[in-house]
Write a protein of this length. Structure first.
Length: 128
């Protein structure tokens, strides 16, 4: 896990084929949904987040499944997706929570973030 996967922490080749992730504060293990949420949030505006959430998550999990099959064939990719996909919203609203305290007028505080926050809170309240 990168830990701060915003667009500013990535270097792209001129042809856009190669990419490198950099960061001088944190890199470690963990659920990749935090990185996915941070990256999407750093690249897309509110309307684009709504429009592209599902296609981008589908693309992420398709590539993750390929990588797991190649590098860790004993890991059940479907089980990873089943466990991780619902955590995208949790990762997103964790960053949203941070923004609300750090910079209440930040442009990333918008109806997409509010919708995800309400969905996650409702799911948590419905969980016994």
């Amino acid at each position: 896990m990168h830990g701060d996967a915003k667009l500013a922490n990535f270097c792209f080749s001129l042809d856009g084929i190669q990419v490198a992730a950099v960061d001088f504060q944190y890199v470690g293990g963990g659920c990749g949904m935090k990185d996915v949420a941070y990256f999407i949030g750093s690249c897309l505006n509110e309307d684009e987040c709504e429009r592209w959430e599902e296609p981008l998550l589908n693309a992420y999990f398709a590539v993750l499944k390929q990588a797991l099959a190649l590098h860790h064939p004993r890991i059940d990719a479907a089980a990873v997706e089943a466990a991780w996909r619902p955590l995208y919203s949790v990762a997103w609203i964790d960053f949203y929570r941070f923004l609300k305290g750090w910079s209440p007028g930040h442009w990333k505080i918008h109806s997409y973030s509010e919708r995800l926050a309400h969905e996650v809170v409702s799911q948590l309240q419905d969980t016994p």
